[in-house]
Write a protein that binds this ligand. Sequence first.
Ligand SMILES: [Zn+2]
Ligand SMILES: [Zn+2]
Length: 382
Amino acid sequence: MRAVLFDRFGGPLDVREVPVPAVSPRGAVIRVEATGLCRSDWHGWQGHDADITRLPHVPGHELAGVLEAVGAEVRDWRPGDRVTVPFVAACGSCTACATGDQQVCERQTQPGFTHWGSFAEYVAVENADVNLVALPPGMSFTTAASLGCRFATAFRAVAQVGEVRPGEWVAVHGCGGVGLSAVMIAAAAGARVVAVDVNAGALRLAEQLGATNVINNAAAGDAAAGNTARDTVAGDSTVGNTAAGNTAGDTVAGNAGGVAAQVIELTGGGAHVSIDALGSAPTCAASVLGLRRRGRHVQVGLLPGGRTPVPMDRVIAYELRVLGSHGMAAHAYPPMLELIGSGALRPDRLVTRTIGLEEAGRALAEIGSVPGVTVIVPRAGL
Ligand SMILES: [Zn+2]
Ligand SMILES: [Zn+2]
């Protein structure tokens, strides 16, 4: 099969011929029909998950396709079934799984991180009976590819962890795939949404998807990082992860304060729920500081490489709740799929381009340059 491979972290991403993955007794092999391009793939390629990723490696974890083969012990699935999977593939038997929290499984596997992923014609997943999700008949593979990671992650963050209610104000910091999904889902839940980003195109999309107000933080970002708006996102992540308590950190915190002040003004006192959909010290701080009293901060964006400072003085003074949200278990998909089926949620509107496998490496290296969700179709042209 063809797959996008890298031999060293941050190194070239080439399409090569490699063996089709083997199916394990409780696992399945999926013929990949579509796979999303996600910032987590970029982190993996950069080596931020080097503790779990072995080289050479194939990225990709947001996939949809058709079952090619199932293991001998799989009960509920057959070759030919149309499926997607959460990016956290759970073991099904640890304490977390036993209590229904497969999204934080103690023995989880993740395609594209713990083993080869879906930037390929075929991908293997473990524990098929626990992790596979059947696609509704009318749903395209391209739309479904976003459900395994960003849309499902955003759905759980907004609906289940953030418990957003009609009429509440929700602030979304970072309008990549997960942030734009959160904007749409919060708006559909009846919330008023403030979207924050450094990219004007991403903010235009956020408005189209239901944001009531937008804040363009590009100017503040330039001041903090001294470079272009797009680089600011990556630059801030790096600075933030190493900057606790030093000069750079102070600059970042000041920047976060400016965004938070705008959120507080727009929402008449602060958001009820605030989501850090990017994952950086400044976006995390801005999210916490933009909340009203008793507000809920939901951390969704991954914070690779270190401990991130959180304004805990505000957490105690305002009695804030600080919550983490990590994907969504397969069994929790039906309410989301129902809302998609009814047209209340439109993940298809997040997809702004589809590309072939040959273009995937370049698109990954330039992640963030095209607003919205990019989907790779590995078998395009075959
Ligand atoms: Zn488990
Ligand atoms: Zn993802």
